[in-house]
Design a protein around this ligand. Structure first.
Ligand code: NAP
Length: 334
């Protein structure tokens, strides 16, 4: 192929925010495929909060080395193949990396079914780090009951907006916490959450005390830090706190600001439990099946925020950490 690969590599580990200075954009010739490999023209890449944790020396899930292509899950189409059944034109999903073309062994990839939906649904509603995480986190870990008052943080983000909708499907009354009027409007008017708190302009502790005078029964936390403390202060008796992530801590993982109100768990006879979706491999298939069914019947939605151009991947990450994205953040490549 007479084309070049454009890739984003890590050149220095960020101290604080991951700014564009920590990355370089490199153009390189395409390398010939080895047996068992395919070449993919990458279409959409998933910008995940966890990428920030992989940029440090010691990874939370895994780490990237200096000079490595920045990790990113993605979807694309095969443009060259050495493997029977993995034909040119087929859509695939996998760890494609922040680059325009990927050369990977098929053992790291999944072939995707063709449908009339955009390929990006396989990163959003049907994505492992998005819809599947929310499904497992709500249905297998948080387990809200009908009538529960249930709080979700980063509620207008990718995982949060699906988690809140699934909690509603389980019969819970959902309060979302997010930053800014656009997100609050989305939670109340598009996702039909019962209430929403703008942590950038409201006092979360005080608003929760007003909205839930008897306390909240469950909390699905994506943010950590002060927001986790504010919800711990407002727990009902025998409530459950689920730690999905702690995005407010990812820029400084050497100085994690833990919950100072954790004794509320003892006072309110409550439990706190963390999870990663890959701890539950047996539920990934069932999660995908049910999410697919909801997607086809139109009973679940996820907004997409799309940034165009592989060279914008670093800016996309910074955009997420400034709270810019509504719904799933994607970088469109081809
Ligand atoms: P996302 O929610 O689409 O985007 C992150 C959002 O976090 C931002 O839009 C911003 O929204 C909020 N945020 C960023 N910095 C913040 C800060 N300093 N304080 C408060 N809020 C801040 O991202 P995502 O990829 O879907 O990830 C959401 C969470 O799920 C993360 O904690 C991630 O680690 C976790 N996760 C866990 C698993 C698992 O298996 N457990 C898998 C995937 C993701 P607002 O400003 O509106 O809050």
């Amino acid at each position: 192929m007479n084309k070049k690969n454009v890739k984003v590599i890590l050149t220095s580990r960020p101290d604080g925010e991951a700014t564009s200075e920590c990355f370089s954009i490199i153009e390189e010739d395409l390398v010939d495929l080895s047996s068992g490999e395919v070449r993919i023209a990458n279409e959409s890449l998933s910008v995940d909060a966890a990428i920030r944790t992989m940029l440090r020396g010691e990874g939370f899930h895994m780490q990237m080395g200096i000079g490595d292509t920045v990790f990113a899950g993605g979807v694309g189409r095969i443009v060259e193949s050495t493997v029977d059944g993995w034909d040119v034109g087929r859509a695939v999903r996998g760890p494609l990396g922040a680059q325009s073309f990927s050369k990977l062994s098929t053992e790291h990839l999944e072939l995707l079914e063709e449908s009339n939906l955009p390929l990006s649904v396989n990163l959003g509603i049907l994505g492992g780090s998005t819809g599947v995480t929310a499904w497992i986190g709500i249905k297998k870990v948080a387990r809200p009951k009908p009538g529960d008052l249930f709080v979700v943080s980063a509620a207008a983000g990718a995982v949060g907006s699906i988690a809140g909708q699934i909690a509603q499907k389980e019969g819970a009354r959902v309060i979302g916490i997010a930053g800014g009027a656009r997100k609050i409007n989305h939670l109340l008017n598009d996702l039909n959450f019962e209430s929403a708190i703008d942590y950038k302009s409201e006092d979360v502790r005080a608003r929760l005390a007003e909205l839930a005078p008897n306390g909240v029964n469950g909390f699905f936390d994506n943010v950590g830090g002060d927001i986790l403390d504010a919800v711990l202060e407002n727990l009902a008796l025998r409530s459950r706190v689920t730690i999905c992530g702690a995005v407010s801590q990812y820029n400084d993982m050497d100085n994690i600001h833990g919950p100072s109100s954790y004794l509320k768990l003892a006072e309110r006879q409550s439990a706190m439990e963390g999870f990663a979706y890959f701890h539950y491999p047996e539920f990934i298939g069932p999660a995908e099946e049910e999410l697919k069914q909801w997607l086809h019947e139109g009973s679940i939605q996820l907004a997409e925020e799309v940034i165009d151009g592989i060279e914008k991947f670093p800016q996309a990450l910074a955009f997420m950490f400034s709270g810019g994205n509504l719904g799933k953040l994607l970088v469109k490549v081809h």
